[in-house]
Design a protein. Sequence first.
Length: 404
Amino acid sequence: MAPLKMYFLPILALAAVLCSGSSGAAEIQGRSSTQFLWYNDIIDGSRRTDLAQYLLFSAKDLDNDKKLSIQGYGRGVYDFKQSDRSDGRLYYLYADYRNLLNAADVKLGRQFVNISAGSAIVDGVEADFKRLGPLGLVVLGGRNVDFGETGELTTHQYSAGATLYLADAALTYFDVSYLRTYDHSNIARDILGGSYKQYLLQSIKLYANARYDLTGEVFNELLGGVKYFPTLDLMITAEHYESYPTFDTTSIFSVFAVDKYKENSGRVDYTLASWVDISGAFSTEEFGEGGRAKIYEVGLRFRPSTALTVGLFTDKRTGYPGDLTGYKGYVEYSQIGKWKASAGVDYDAYERDDMTGRETAKKYWVAGKYIYAKNYSSTFRIEDNVNVNYSRDTQGRLTFDVDF
């Protein structure tokens, strides 16, 4: 790992502390997580061990008016086997100034932007103008940030977009948005989007999302659904979703033929008693060219005591691209001194086609958390996967977390 990446995250933390000097009431919160991970390489099956350092922080009230804050999140990873694969990633680091000139909330820096037309990580700016009568306007733009296996990739893509939304409507939300991405000077994506939510009769929620690809002249994503909650114990959901894969116009994949995917689903979640929840779901899938599938799901969650939770779930799939029957169970217990513990088993039996026959995949895992003090804790998770690729695939994670 390059020296700059080795010290980048500590420098960020120090910068956040120094910024707080401008205001005696500044508040700094966050989490430092040191993680030791071991796993099998998915490519060559070799054993790998990594040491990762994550840092999440928020420095608030940095000015006398308490409008300025800085948010940051990143990680550094050291690969013990191949040090040249070690890398650092800055996921976001931006300044957030609220009500700038009594007109807009502005974010400047690396950030995740998400509007109904699309999302991206950009080095850029986002401004939210909230006082345009009954409407609000978000404008954004910047250089796209992409991450590869060993770190940040060089990118020549830039995105710009805007959202016009309905403001100050307690039971209704509606927006129309537009997002364009350039690859050098070429238009890579040109998307028009919209989002809608409506609450009715204190027991119904309607929602819908849509994205239309202007270059491909096709809807590449549609979602519509309704949630009905007649009581606090019952939730009924019905939903339709479809997608049509589209790619950047500069990508070789844009010339390949693809099929539309459709899914219709229904789900019921019910708290039968204070100690038991039940759930059931059914969905149908269409993959194009006659490919169809049906999925059934049933789940039970028991709470015999405030410390103990037991979950049992099963699902069955028939149709394309193969039949599957799966089971999952877990147990959580939280009253072992400073320990919290859990364990579980996943089992799937599936048949992709007549040539391979019936195969199984099993996962066994245990996890726990130990609380040293209010702001200090450690967690661990160890799992073993047994499937057609591995007779044993043991992997795990051990962390030391500090909240500040």
